[in-house]
Design a protein around this ligand. Sequence first.
Ligand code: BGC
Length: 842
Amino acid sequence: MRTIKTRHFTGTTDNTVTKRELENRKVARKAAAEGMVLLKNEGQLLPLKEGTKVALYGVGASRTIKGGTGSGDVNERETVTIFQGLKNAGFEITTEDWIEDYDRQYQAARYAWRDEIEEKASKLEDQVSGFFNIYSTTKFRMPAGAAITQTDADVAIYILSRVAGEGADRFDAEGDYYLTKEEKQQLSDICSMYKHVIVAVNTGGLADLSFMDEYSNIEALLQIVQPGMEAGNAFADIISGKVTPSGKMTDTWAYKYEDYPNSKTFSHNNGNVDKEYYTEGLYVGYRYFDSFDIPVRYGFGYGLSYTTFETKVLATELKENKKIVIETEVTNTGDTYSGKEVVELYATCPAGKLEKEYRRLVAFAKTGLLAPGQCEKLTLEIGLDKLTSYSEKEAAWILEKGTYVIWAGNSLEASAPCAVLNLDKEVVLTKTQNICPLKEELEEMKQSSEKMNQKLEALLKTAEEKKVPVMELKAADVETRVVEYRSNVECVPEEARKFVDTLSTEKLVALASGDPGKGQGSNLGSAGISVPGSAGETNNCALEDGVPGIVLADGPAGLRLMKHYNVHEGKIVNKPFKFSLEGGLFCEGEPADPGETYYQYCTAIPVGTLLAQTWDTALIEEVGEMIGGEMLEFSVTLWLAPGMNIHRNPLCGRNFEYYSEDPLLAGRMAGAMTNGVQNVPGCGTTIKHFACNNQEDNRMGSDSILSERTLREIYLKGFEIAITESQPMSIMTSYNLINGVHAANCEDTCTKAARCEWGFQGVIMTDWTTTEYGPDCTASGCMRAGNDLVMPGAFSDRDNLNQELADGTLSMEDLKACISRLVNITWQSMEFEDAAPYKKVK
Ligand code: BGC
């Protein structure tokens, strides 16, 4: 029995802070503090003692960047800046005058920026999507602030900030990746005036840190990314020692931008934003630096603590189920601070017929809070699938014959061999079909096999000398899974498939896209109807048949809704499309007149990268469950998050939304977030952007050109892990093309990979307006590929579906398969009284 809930206007008519807001802010604060990475702490400068006098400078002091711009923004009630947070924690700030002056400069710059945008927009024909392009490409450059004058302080803190967002990539230029002249001057003045200096990096993507080589009195460095609405309080928690840092880098911080393997060709850097050749192949992030022995400033998995730890490997075993189990014990060996530590396991796989990266992350775990002297046992598991490589020739995931070395440590650099696995013969773990073939030649980067073999030989020698325990695996004992491929029309939930036979063609076509034409205002980003500020809604045309529309809202840094809206004569009053100076693009503004105002304050959590820097899946699950609670309160079924694309280059404009350069970490984080959200009845995540959405310039038209092996091992791997381990309710395809095929129209990724290979059971949707840019990506193409829902839905999508049904180029069966999956998910949504947590309904 499915009973549809009665809809009410969402939010409260009372503007006072709710208990839920207060409770959820605590979770946001905890996650923010736990994600911050302490990169340097010479002479134990941090934590600062109570009552320390702090000279606080930098654009992020009073204008702390809580998150990026665009759909990933969140309209929270307020953000605690670093200035405010430090004051809340009882520090004396000696630079209030500088900060006040900065605020004035900032306001003026903000107005000038708004005027520039409005001036450009006044000449536009298409106010909505055209406006967004102008907004995202007219960068707001924060003024640097006044010259530094010395104050009577014990320590200076400098906050380096940058904003980025969707629709545009960053530049390796001053004011973006590099410091401006003014910022350099400020840092130089600060370092000459103050003895002890702390720098915090408050940027969405990595920035140049070469100033660290110039000034020896920058004794402490923190990577705080963009910490959400509790930024300042969380920062103060770290600075004061209330929280001991335990975050670890999820990316490699190179010495120079040019050190990244695709630095010259990435996005606009080579003047070609139409085709992006992934010539570095597997060598993304640490896989490159580690394999090619390129020194780095701060390596993957690295982060300091206020205390010290010892990690011992107690036992290693190959279990009967063919999982490698590594039992570790972590002890807090310090005497003052409690803290948490991460155990990271890496693997070196034998280089036989396939070239391999030197090491890859294969497992990780984090301790609870350990008091000085306290220890905790952590047991980590490595499935054999984590050791496979993809052979395009055999269309299979294979384990090559030879020796596999497992490493353990608290960073990639500090890890040491702890186990060895010998495999007697090559074996196929999973037999697949080839997908996404290259349409043109692509030469991928290669290592010198001689050097690689030398490195491997040396490693095996060390392992032997150190008497690292050895496990033996026989190929004959490993089972091969042969994927059974089914077509789009065969991957259907039975009950829902029968049900859709009862719907008219008109309804089927309507359900295939969102609900256009209801005066939503902006299409892109806030096309929601019944929940103002939500990103979209599925079609409500089959309500009487028992299929209500469901509401979809962004992420990933919280739930993005309007802070407030008005209801007049029983109807939501539509507000004109506008953007605000202070906060989000889509959902700000004054409460519209007339009517009663409803308030919908959601919690702005840290951006994806900072969340991942916690390396704490239990904490991320808690954050997810908190978001799920807000979804239930505001009637949102699908959260358009988490974003989990790979950080292929530091200049991608949306890196802040994503987790890491490593697919295992990204997959596990997305899985943990999904587990949390989906603990809440009828709520689900939407993992995005599937796949290879690694650049923002020309994002609707850029073609990611890469080998199948790279695609599978790096860019699909995270999605595979999130799906096989956590079964998210939905997937959002990306705007870009993959080897010449629009991701939204790609049967290989949607049906073959997601559904057949990984067992995805939910609904797949397009990114917003994907089908509206030219003839190559169509609504019918989505249905044929198994991409079930075109969002937010335009009349042209319906025209296309009707036309192709009439022409016979779209079969009714394909359309029905897609709609049956949408119906199946809708039936499990929070729109129903009796909804249960999705993951348990599987
Ligand atoms: C973004 C998506 C987002 C959608 C809805 C698009 O512009 O790429 O990530 O979920 O808008 O707001």
